[in-house]
Design a protein around this ligand. Structure first.
Ligand code: PLP
Length: 373
């Protein structure tokens, strides 16, 4: 098995699995209960909050755990635009959980503006500048693209926002957290979304950083957990596993190994066009196009051999085409021939070499047969 779809999800670290098992086994008490064992569980959550906050150079009170990043992004769009006043600006490179949330606001009559992407996949700063005005209430720009690995310059974006408006700045940091150094308060990011399962943590746990100076009302109401900001009995094992994964990520990240994986991919597949390499790049997620074949056919051929790669984000696999590659100027044929390969910390350079060789062979075969389309 060769797994190269880590932007979709990652295999949990062994230590994370051991910890979540232990918590589910021994610390299953409701953290809101009043007996002593429940307090231990509450402390597990608070320790995790401190760990995540530390990673962000933030105060623990600025971190709220959610059921996933999708929930955190929905929360921002549901609650950061007060009384439906003002316009909202997003980039064309957003994940579906931001994009669809923005479309929902649009359907409610809010003026939603979409800033375009440059050909190399960054948000077009001039277009962003033109879309923001004094009435802008919320700006949301993804930190690192889940499609191309391109990293946006949050400090530059924040400068543009703050010079023209009093808008909140939200960034979806799901693909960047633990990989890119980020101190939201230092770069003017008010709201920052994270997800555990993209950093070898468990599924079903996300978090929203909220600058303590920003007041955002709850999206999910009920028992008043998370200081009243997000109700619902906490996923204690998920939260603790998230924090453990965040701690371990930096320790386990092997810069040389990851660089070797990237070099092999680029070298072996140099006949194909890589998308988004002109911009600052994460080195973890790569998009490339083999024109003239259907990438989906290749994906299935590889899948039969135990090699798992992606096409676009798993979250948009039910939608036709790829909105983000289209915003970078790719046509339908190019999009059909586009792949996504994303590394995780468990990958080895030899696996990348094998996968790249198999991709080349499958593409050649399809081209020869002329039946890849
Ligand atoms: N944002 C980005 C950039 C993502 O890549 C994903 C997952 O694919 C999400 C949000 C949604 O994350 P979750 O699965 O935690 O809801």
């Amino acid at each position: 098995m060769i797994y190269l779809d880590n932007a979709g999800t990652t295999r949990p670290f062994d230590e994370v699995r051991a910890l979540t098992d232990e918590i589910n086994d021994r610390f299953y008490y409701n953290p809101s209960a009043l007996f002593a064992n429940a307090l231990t569980v509450k402390n597990i959550i608070e320790a995790a909050r401190e760990t995540i906050a530390f990673k962000l150079g933030a105060e623990p009170k600025g971190v709220y755990f959610t059921s996933c990043a999708t929930e955190a992004n929905n929360w921002v769009f549901a609650k950061a635009v007060k009384n439906k006043r003002g316009n909202v600006v997003i980039s064309a490179g957003e994940h579906a959980s931001v994009y669809e949330s923005a479309l929902r606001l649009k359907n409610q009559g809010i003026d939603v503006r979409i800033a375009g992407l440059t050909a190399d996949g960054r948000v077009d700063l001039e277009d962003l500048r033109a879309k923001i005005d004094a009435d802008t209430a919320l700006v949301s720009v993804i930190h690192c693209s889940n499609e191309t690995g391109v990293v946006n310059d949050l400090a530059a974006i924040s400068g543009i926002i703050k010079s023209q408006s009093r808008a909140f700045f939200h960034s979806d940091g799901v693909q960047a957290f633990c990989k890119e150094r980020i101190v939201p308060a230092a770069v003017g990011v008010d709201l920052y979304t994270m997800s555990a399962h993209k950093i070898h943590g468990p599924k079903g746990c996300g978090a929203l950083y909220v600058n303590p100076a920003v007041k955002i009302s709850p999206f999910i109401v009920g028992g008043g957990q998370e200081s009243g900001a997000r109700s619902g009995t906490e996923n204690v094992a998920g939260i603790a596993g998230f924090a453990r994964a965040a701690e371990l990520y930096g320790e386990k990240y092997d810069e040389k190994k990851m660089a070797a994986c990237g070099e092999i991919l680029l070298r072996e597949l140099r006949e194909f066009e890589f998308n988004g390499l002109g911009a600052r790049h994460s080195g973890m997620t790569y998009s490339f196009t083999a024109e003239g074949v259907r990438a989906e056919t290749v994906l299935h051929m590889l899948s039969d051999e135990g090699i798992m790669i992606g096409l676009g984000s798993a979250c948009s696999s039910h939608q036709s085409g790829n909105r983000i590659l289209a915003a970078m100027g790719k046509n339908k044929k190019q999009i059909e021939g586009s792949f996504r390969i994303s590394f995780g910390l468990y990958n080895e350079p030899e696996e990348v070499l094998t996968a790249a060789e198999r991709i080349k062979t499958c593409v050649e075969k399809l081209k020869k047969l002329n039946c890849g389309r």
